[in-house]
Design a protein around this ligand. Structure first.
Ligand code: SF4
Length: 352
């Protein structure tokens, strides 16, 4: 498994690769120059379980803001740089724990070297990010279009360039909005490098299409044993990206912490608004860090039996419902108290 043989890269106090946990990350969508708004959003991301956060650095003011932001947050901060090598250096000087660059758009070798030297001086890791959308013309011509081989070769060229400058404190990412191409590219690059790999599907889309594409793409890549850190990209509140990433990792059995909610698809036996109830339960448990399974079922006849693998669950009846544990009924509960009774029981399980 590639993940078990990657180099360990320290980003602040978080380690990517080297048999460590797959790190969950996201990116702020505030103006980085707006320290208050950015710190506030990072606090929400932290509370949701984000372990590493990336902020865009499009200006010198944003690079300077990083210093202040870092003082007020508890997770490492990565600076996202495009085009201007001076911003990469400024971000490093202002305490960025890692920088993300595409050496292909940084410019001359001398400019890339200036960034690498600054990173080397402070031992700041560099994530080399290559995106199918910005693949060089030579690669497109060589492979007859944008292909997995082309993206991979482009990324490896940049890895070798930076290694030739005497620096190997690197994380690599190759992104494509084409899910299957992305999977293929990861399989190829995993055979070529032992640098940790950042996995994500770029421009995945809004909450439904973004989640589906990410779950398939990131899921397939992770299940190949590839990927040391993940970011789910959604056109939505970045906090949603954390919940999605956690769910992908939990579903694959890669991370255990967090409540798994199962709910029935509803049918003609349903006598309760189970759709809204399931949503409320998901919301109630989303920040609980315990490895338990909670079931929300639509009827008392089949619900407890169908969900007997769940640690705890509720099943809706007419005006009342059942609270059950491992398929065994604990008690009847009035409909309006189902949610609070479930919470009490979850708390009891966590404490015991
Ligand atoms: S638990 Fe009951 S309501 Fe839900 S799908 Fe099964 S039979 Fe239908």
């Amino acid at each position: 498994m590639h993940r078990e043989h990657t180099k360990a890269v320290s980003v602040g106090d978080v380690v990517i690769g080297g048999k460590n946990n797959v790190v969950i990350q996201s990116m702020t969508n505030t103006k980085t120059e707006d320290v208050e708004a950015t710190v506030k959003q990072i606090a929400r991301l932290e509370a949701a379980g984000c372990e590493l956060v990336r902020c865009t650095v499009p200006t010198l003011e944003a690079a300077r803001a990083l210093g202040e932001i870092k003082k007020r947050v508890h997770i490492p901060v990565v600076a996202d740089i495009h085009f201007d090598y001076r911003l990469a250096i400024a971000a490093i000087e202002n305490g960025a724990d890692k920088i993300r660059i595409n050496p292909g758009n940084i410019g001359s070798k001398e400019r890339v070297k200036a960034v690498v030297d600054a990173a080397k001086e402070r031992n700041v890791p560099i994530r080399i990010g290559v995106n199918s959308g910005s693949l060089e013309k030579e690669m497109i011509e060589k492979y007859g279009g944008v292909t997995a081989e082309g993206i991979t070769e482009s990324a490896m060229d940049k890895v070798r360039l930076i290694e030739s400058m005497g620096y190997d404190n690197l994380v690599v990412s190759i992104k494509s909005s084409d899910v299957l191409m992305s999977v293929e590219a990861h399989k190829i690059i995993a055979k070529m490098t032992d640098h940790p790999i950042h996995v994500g599907i770029t421009e995945a889309g809004t909450i439904i299409s973004g989640n589906i594409k990410s779950a398939i793409g990131i899921g397939l890549i992770l299940s190949e044993g590839i990927g040391d850190t993940v970011r789910v990209s959604l056109t939505d509140d970045p906090v949603q990206e954390i919940y999605s990433a956690k769910l992908i990792l939990r579903t694959l059995g890669i991370r255990k912490s967090g409540v798994t909610v199962v709910s029935c698809p509803t049918c003609g036996r349903t006598n309760i608004d189970i759709i809204s109830l399931a949503g409320q339960v998901e919301n109630m448990v989303k920040d609980i860090d315990a490895d338990i399974k909670v079931a929300v079922m639509g009827c008392v006849v089949n619900g407890p039996g169908e969900a007997k693998e769940a640690d705890i669950g509720i099943a809706g009846g007419i005006g009342e419902g059942l609270l059950f544990r491992k398929g065994e009924i604990l008690k009847k509960v009035p409909e309006d108290q189902l949610l609070s009774s479930l919470k009490e029981e979850i708390d009891r399980i966590i404490i015991s």
